[in-house]
Design a binder for this molecule. Sequence first.
Ligand code: PLP
Length: 423
Amino acid sequence: MEMKPFEETVYLSSPTMHGDEIKYIQEAYDTNWMSTIGANINEAEKMICQKVGCADAVALSAGTAALHLAIKLAGERLYGQARVGHGTLEGHKVFCSDMTFDATVNPIAYEGGEAVFIDTEYDTWNMNPKALEKAFEIYPEVRLVVIAHLYGTPGKMDEIRAICDKHRALIVEDAAESLGATYKGQQTGVLGDYGIISFNGNKIITGSAGGMFLTNNLEDAHKVRKWSTQAREDAPWYQHEELGYNYRMSNVVAGVVRGQIPYLEEHISQKKAIYERYKEGFKDLPVTMNPFDDKNSEPNFWLSCILIDKDAMCKQVRGEKDALYASEPGKSCPTEILDAISRLNAQGRPIWKPMHMQPVYRMNPFITESGNGRARSNAYINEGAVPDVGMDIFERGLCLPSDNKMTKEQQDVIIEAVKRCFV
Ligand SMILES: *Cc1c(COP(=O)(O)O)cnc(C)c1O
């Protein structure tokens, strides 16, 4: 029997407002600080510093802008200032998470660098330290690693830090999805040399847009603040010695961020409850939840995901832009489950398609635990050989509706719909 769709859409992850946000927006309006200067920006920066435990935070227009400036800062430190019209990473390779949102990777290209994608590990769905080690064997000259904490789950930072220290490489930490998650008691975003968070509309807390650069180095903070406001020098006129950007956060957006920050913990505990209800609901199904290292880390549970056991996968074929599957008793696949969720008027999503499989990055190197992963990926496409870890998780995994406003009853219906896919 067909299940009745929800009257209102159950989202993957949507903004959850609490009332204080409008108060601070109103304050910006009433005081006429309707620009990229104002009390909301200053307060939001201070509050985030306190929350994550860093010396300074710079409020920017987006997480992507924060990543761009973090990566540019790393590029300058490593290779010196670039001539205008040239990126700081030109002629240089940068190691980067492979299974992530493209915003993690694109700023490397903005700065003229070449991303080398590092395969994923099953333990946390983040960068595999063994593959990173392998990448340094192949490209010992690399000095920069960009790592994302996927879906709010911290990666293996100690292992990655040790490898980077050994090779004198800097770390840019993309904590866009993981604000509030901790690794060995420390917040993500301050575990690397440069860190960033995002306040995009679907993140754990939001400003409707926005992001922040996080640092313990006040000089770095000063530089990012300056770059983000068109790189004006301290002079009576517009004096420019460096290339600038218009990346500063608006004081109106900062009002939303300021209003949201006190609710971070509440959102995390709601997301955690959602994760645990899914886990319980699926205990008899051939699936596992997105995993984390429960000894060393506490995720923020931004998105709940499942991975279908290999022997419980029905046939599924994905082209560049479409997907087909053949239903089988006792088996299912992400495409079938995402269809079922969508018929309920709820939102699921495929796992981030690995960057090495994206047409835009088709020429970039890709390294797995055993070396050059390109050879293996091509064999997988052409001959159906074992895929790399990232492609395997992409093939068998999916993100479930994880909105913190989803009711228990709605979640029960979603759990039932997923169960029926395996009947
Ligand atoms: C959302 C996100 C970003 C980008 O943040 P924006 O604020 O949307 O620019 C970067 N990296 C990851 C992993 C993200 O999920």
